[in-house]
Write a protein that binds this ligand. Structure first.
Ligand code: AMP
Length: 261
């Protein structure tokens, strides 16, 4: 082998070694009505009213001990031109609900720069990263699994055990986070669902067993005190109330979603 290819190979493997290591991904999906009630305000994205379905918050590399890498490569800022062909799906499944109304690029840039740059060992380009999250989101139907069990986004409260069983019957064994409803009722809303994704085959996989460390890390990662992180294997320890409301808060979200009061 000539000296030049050998040097290139060494450089390549050195570069791989410095790329961030992690154990699996979380695909974090959120219920838009609950984001609206948790945030101080929310706005339609410029692409229009989002669907009443779970949307993508992010695809996050994570470690079994609960730690996670973040902001791994400042030399690779978000570049919208790299996701040209994905734009329609991004608008439909991963839009920003923050105000003022935007084209969502700020949200995508945040997710890419914080989490995507740490995924480079598996998902080499921005296009690969966003395409993988979209493919995974399209492969799951959480709303369908809930509705199959009679759980509709109608603002009513549903027992956690019912929600858990519905998702498990649908083939999902995720973690759940909830947030305190903004309407003074003190009730909790179903907010985000964490699905685990294998970094080996990029498919949804049961979440790793080392949950307690992961639970702790998420709670310590700065979850606001009005939010409670729930996981199926710690429901009995963690729950405050035995049920979560699911849908759109009549006081804060109905106008936004154009629903009848
Ligand atoms: P992360 O740093 O990846 O955990 O993302 C947290 C940030 O994402 C917070 O600033 C949230 O307010 C924001 N966020 C979550 N969901 C949305 C959404 N649908 N639209 C805009 N921002 C969001």
């Amino acid at each position: 082998m000539s000296k030049l290819p050998a040097a290139l190979l060494v450089g390549f493997f050195t570069m791989l070694g410095t790329l961030s290591a992690f154990d699996f991904f979380y695909l974090v999906l959120e219920w838009p009505g609950s984001y609206c009630d948790a945030a101080t305000s929310c706005c339609y994205p410029q692409s229009g009213k989002p669907a009443s379905d779970f949307s993508i918050h992010g695809l996050w590399p994570n470690n079994l001990d609960g730690s996670y890498p973040e902001n791994c490569d400042p030399s690779r800022p978000f570049n919208a031109s790299q996701i040209g062909g994905l734009r329609g799906d991004m608008d439909a499944l991963w839009s920003s609900l923050s105000c003022p109304s935007s084209n969502s690029e700020k949200f995508w840039a945040h997710e890419w720069e914080k989490h995507g740059t740490c995924s480079e060992k598996i998902l080499r380009s921005q296009r690969d990263y966003f395409a993988a999250a979209l493919r995974l989101r399209k492969s799951v139907d959480l709303l369908g699994a809930l509705e199959q069990a009679g759980i509709s986004p109608d603002g009513k409260s549903y027992a956690l055990s019912l929600i858990k069983n519905a998702l498990q019957d649908g083939g999902y064994a995720p973690g759940i986070t909830c947030n305190a409803d903004d309407d003074d009722s003190g009730s909790s809303q179903l907010y985000q669902i964490y699905l685990c994704v294998s970094k080996e085959n990029l498919e949804i996989t049961p979440c790793p067993r080392e949950r307690s460390a992961i639970d702790r890390s998420i709670m310590e990662a700065g979850a606001p005190s009005d939010r409670r992180i729930l996981r199926f294997d710690c429901l009995l320890d963690c729950i405050v109330s035995g049920s979560l409301s699911f849908g759109f808060n009549a006081a804060t979200s109905h106008g936004f979603w154009g629903l009848a009061a």
